[in-house]
Design a protein around this ligand. Structure first.
Ligand code: FAD
Length: 320
């Protein structure tokens, strides 16, 4: 069976969920070979083996520490030479997409970004993408070189599938580009303790209807009761009520959680573009004619200032 390279996104050996989802999808098209780089790379092996990695290629070097992309591309290229895989899968983060694009260029391969599903095809893996503001679903495959495919978080279930997970150290020679760039400073963002927006299983968003920065406290309270991330429409972001890093939509982030709760958001096409692939969509809006109700699974016509706090209390009560 052909091998499939899976790029491992991890923090000091703790494997992030989108990588485990990639392993589920990789098993549909071949035998997953994981590539774990940087500090703690070896510590990822047990988790990766539990989720189907037949082999884990590791390489630790200081060059991976500073969020620089090129050393990681060098390593994936080395892994590609070592394995000759049927495909390379990378999580669809900003970094993952840059890695994928650079790798595909080096390999002379086609690249597909933001896939939401993956299946085996007669002529190679077939990727499903949601396009034109989620109005259409397309299926495509790479016809040149080794397919390099980025997959959006929450596109597949995480499944346990014990495999050998044999650890092998990867030999990497860094390119001049990799060693020619240095990070000279970094400003860490204050942690909210909430999950990352694009990876969260639940997203609670607020729009113009929230009517002020201070009122986002009720959106955050609902999010915290559910262990969710907080999103915002562009109207709320443009008004300065919430940071742009939390914007969902065409010019913000694209999310695909199990549950998306839109509060005081009308459902403009540009907002839908970033959330329409959510598995279950709930909206709270006082206007029964708001376009958001066209795509919801559950809708509440009501004032969010009445509904959202009640919902938060109900969630808390049920959790005990
Ligand atoms: P509105 O459209 O004003 O809707 C507010 C809603 O809140 C209304 O439906 C109203 O009934 C409801 N409401 C008001 N008060 C209450 C209350 N008390 N209780 C319950 N409901 C209430 N938008 C994005 O979101 N993300 C993007 O990335 C994005 N990119 C864009 C890119 C381009 C090129 C352009 C042109 C636009 C983009 N937009 C984007 C903007 C988009 O077109 C809309 O203007 C925006 O999404 C509207 O935000 P909203 O739904 O919060 O506000």
């Amino acid at each position: 069976m052909a091998e499939v390279l899976v790029y491992v996104d991890h923090v000091d050996g703790a494997v992030r969920k989108p990588t485990l989802e990639l392993l589920t999808l990789a098993r549909r098209i071949g035998e997953p070979v994981a590539v774990a780089l940087g500090s703690g790379a070896g510590d990822t092996a047990a988790t990766l083996a539990e989720h189907g990695a037949v082999k884990v290629l590791t390489h630790e070097a200081a060059e991976y520490a500073d969020y620089l992309v090129v050393p990681k591309v060098d390593a994936l290229q080395a892994a590609h030479e070592a394995v000759s895989p049927a495909a390379v899968l990378v999580p669809s983060s900003a970094e993952g997409k840059e890695i994928a694009a650079r790798l595909a260029l080096r390999l002379g391969s086609g690249v597909i970004t933001d896939a939401v599903d993956l299946e085996a095809g007669d002529e190679g893996p077939v990727a499903t993408q949601s396009v034109f503001a989620a109005s259409y679903t397309t299926k495509s495959r790479v016809s040149k070189g080794t397919p390099v495919i980025t997959v959006k978080p929450n596109s597949a279930a995480v499944e346990a599938a014990p495999a050998a997970g044999a650890v092998e150290s990867l030999s990497v020679t860094f390119s001049e580009q990799a060693t020619g760039t240095k990070v000279t400073g970094r400003t860490p963002r204050e942690s909210t303790g909430r999950p990352e927006l694009t990876e969260a299983a639940i997203v609670v968003s607020g729009g113009r209807g929230v009517n002020g920065a201070e009122n986002f406290a009720i959106i955050e309270a609902l999010a915290d009761s559910l262990g969710a991330a907080v999103g915002a429409s562009r109207a709320a972001v443009d008004a300065g009520w919430y940071p742009h890093t939390n914007q969902v939509g065409q010019t913000g982030k694209s999310v695909s959680p199990q549950l998306y709760i839109a509060n005081g958001i009308s459902g403009a096409i540009q907002h839908r573009a970033g959330m329409q692939t959510s598995k279950t969509i709930v909206a709270v809006n006082k206007d029964a004619e708001a376009p958001i109700f066209e795509l919801v699974d559950f809708g509440v016509v009501g004032d969010l200032f009445d509904v959202v706090p009640q919902l938060t209390e109900e969630v808390k009560a049920r959790k005990g």
